[in-house]
Design a protein around this ligand. Sequence first.
Ligand code: ADP
Length: 267
Amino acid sequence: MIVVKVGGSAGIDYDAVCADLAALWKAGQPVILVHGGSGETNRVAEALGHPPKFVTSPSGYTSRFTDRQTLEIFEMVYCGKMNKGLVERLQRLGVNAVGLSGLDGRIFEGRHKDSVRAVENGKVKVLRGDHTGTVERVNVDLVRLLLGAGYLPVLTPPAASYEGVAINVDGDRAAAALAVALRADALLLLSNVPGLLRAYPDESSLIPEIPADDVESYLEFAQDRMKKKVLGAAEAVAGGVRRVIFGDARAGAPISAALGGAGTVVR
Ligand code: ADP
């Protein structure tokens, strides 16, 4: 089993990802696609007059502050445009894909965090009304039901809180939780960079390999959102996933390339 997570940053070639995914699927490889949509969400939020707000926690993690209106815009883009765009591409390639959010059948479930601690102008503030959380449980039965019946699941945040409220969760960490729950052989985190770079944005500084027992010490190279990917990778390998690969989804055959050793391999 392979879990492929494709991000939502500028430059990602979704046609290339889907073509590669379809070839793998037709060759008999069980695979699940998880996706993001941050770049498009930012554009739509601006266009709707509710621009995105990002907050940085005291420990240096950046996340989207998700008030109710932001959550609704987030759902429009992630569950709508992005999810259906990927399902349509796969359908055109002859793959019977089914697109669901983490809310559907509680595929991704976690605790709702209503407030977030954020550093603003050097001071720590508590912001309330946040619809965020972290995936703690995965409905593997539903995912297996789909796979077993021949459907390729295409999954996206939001997740469901234990109370049934939609919560924005990090897609990389959701994919990691899914890979752990399914005991996946590999988790691919594809984005618009060649992998984890020692000196971002210098692409020649790619780190080819990270030992599984030392992932956290590589956090120092990751800035802002890349930190969540490194954290997701650490969680996945700690949970028994054999390898996690940070790969490039900008062109070519991104999945085959990553499985063939391109990018940053954590194992
Ligand atoms: P996606 O939405 O595609 O999953 P993110 O924007 O969440 O991607 O994270 C990938 C981004 O992290 C890259 O586009 C890059 O700007 C940034 N980044 C920060 N530090 C690094 C690093 N050391 N190596 C690679 N990318 C990094």
